[in-house]
Design a protein around this ligand. Structure first.
Ligand code: S3P
Length: 185
């Protein structure tokens, strides 16, 4: 397997954060603008498995989905630089994160649990971990567990402060320039 690229520009940028925070929307637009490949993990896993994430969870179980996420991560380790949008739970697999970082940089798209639930709306039905009777409690639990890992990202973009264009611009900057910190404007 080829050695991973040096840290900084030229490495993957991985968008992390809760479901519904906008990883796919921001990532797709930023990659297009930067003329880089974009990989939406859920979409790629759905394509490979020939069924939706909801059906993978229901029919094959969450461990199967997590193994598919890890396998895809391992494949991307030596791939040319891209914008990656794994599902919100990928961050909990420290081993998968270590496969990419360094040199990849993680960008945390932040929003409160109330905001992501509102943004998800009907899309909640497609998220097996949030489709139960008490989605508010479910997202709180996920966030509590994942928060330290999300906050360990190299850069935080606050999606409640930055509008979509600024979020896209910030990610485009990150794929071309090395940077870290908390971007608010
Ligand atoms: C999950 C988030 C989903 C999807 C799966 C599990 C999670 O992706 O991978 O339903 O554990 O938070 P999004 O973050 O794109 O919704």
């Amino acid at each position: 397997m080829a050695a991973p690229a040096a840290e900084g520009a030229g490495a993957h940028v991985v968008l992390v954060g809760l479901p519904g925070v906008g990883k796919s929307t921001v990532g797709r637009a930023a990659a297009e603008r930067a003329r880089l490949p974009f990989i939406d993990f859920d979409e790629e896993i759905e394509r490979r498995e020939g069924r939706s994430v909801a059906r993978i969870f229901a029919e094959l179980g969450e461990p199967h989905f997590r193994a598919a996420e890890r396998a895809l991560t391992a494949e991307l380790r030596a791939a040319p630089p891209a914008v990656l949008a794994p599902g919100g739970g990928w961050i909990e697999n420290a081993d998968a994160v270590r496969l990419l970082r360094p040199p990849a940089r993680l960008v945390y798209l932040r929003a409160s649990t109330a905001t992501v639930l509102r943004r998800l709306g009907a899309g909640r039905a497609e998220r097996p971990l949030l489709s139960g009777p008490d989605p508010a409690a479910a997202i709180e639990r996920l966030f509590e567990r994942r928060r330290p890992a999300y906050e360990s990202a190299d850069v935080t973009l606050d999606t409640e402060i930055l509008g979509i264009e600024k979020l896209i611009d910030a990610v485009v900057q990150l794929v071309t320039v090395r940077g870290a910190g908390y971007v608010t404007g």
